[in-house]
Ligand binder design. Sequence first.
Ligand SMILES: C[S@@+](CC[C@H](N)C(=O)[O-])C[C@H]1O[C@@H](n2cnc3c(N)ncnc32)[C@H](O)[C@@H]1O
Length: 374
Amino acid sequence: MSDDGSGASATLSITADLAGTASAEFEAALAALLDGLGRNGLRFLSGPGGTVSDRDRTVGTVVSWEAGREVRIEWRPAPWNGSLACELRLRSEERSAGCRLRWELVGWERVLAASGNDVAEWVGGALLPACIGRLTPGSLSDWITDTLARRPSGRRSRETYRDPRFHWPNFFLLLDRIGLSADDRLLEVGCGGGAFLGRALESGCRAVGIDHSPEMLAVAAEVNRAALGDGRLSLHLAEADRLPVASGEFTCVVCTGAFGFFPDPSGALREMRRALRAGGRLALFSATAELRGTPAAPEPIASALRWYDADEVVGLCRDAGFVDITAEAPDLEPYARRAGLPDDALPLFRGGRGAYLVLARAAPPALAPGNVPS
Ligand SMILES: C[S@@+](CC[C@H](N)C(=O)[O-])C[C@H]1O[C@@H](n2cnc3c(N)ncnc32)[C@H](O)[C@@H]1O
């Protein structure tokens, strides 16, 4: 029963029975809520007395906070009437096996009634279509691809990319081939959680990492705190085809595990070329279609990727102003052993069919028309 005397009441409730402990699943759900609100432009200052803000307006206030068990947020969605509030609740309880999580939105019928709208209209016309819209094949595939690989976010991706165990063979190969020294200025495009940068910086080089995932840059900053602190590394949120760097600033550009996601691959290569000084080296590492559908590139991520063969990438590099271009199909097994990967993972890295490495150098800038010898 609602307290407006009308007798109308409505609760939106989603329940999930999960295998983990009540407190662990609660913390995971709360962290996901925090991330999700953030991605929708809302800022959640969590903890007792915390708030949720939409730009400079407070839309939610934490009215109950039991760590690991329950959070209740009073939600005020109607700025034209400050007394209209509903409540968002997240609760977790132990079950005989695992736990039950419950998300609830309570009391919003009052908010709707005050503006002359009704619950069925809002649920059927606004709320459910928005939820179901997230369940269409395209939307679900995009969400999975984005959160796991194309623009990683969430707890699982933060953990994975902090130390991407199965990417270390690629990193070792790249480091072998580019031979960094303290004189190098390295740019990594699509740097993820910064694990490659961390190892590269051991050469004494200076480096810049670019990624379009804010969460990945936050992980990269944690992983490379010391290098950031002493100014040897900087990290920037940017798209690969609009690099926020000066022309000719770098001696080496690396891009690994990211090229197939770029919407404008030619634009990205032109930007990498621009970032390099003449003679600077490019190393571009990517999986081949041989890995499509394997644990290295599972669906739906595999279908979202653009699969290039090495010849196509060589052509794109030439068009973007690179010279001395070579492509190899490296046998990654020795590098996988060096990375300490388990024996049953080694076949994925064996035989040079699963990946290509394109190496190239930046051509000198074209002579300006006034400089062309007559
Ligand atoms: C599969 S992860 C690989 C991360 C890292 N290079 C590694 O090998 O562990 C791909 C990364 O490329 C980034 N990325 C994808 N498309 C991008 C774009 N257009 N501009 C900038 N970064 C991009 C993603 O955010 C993600 O961090």
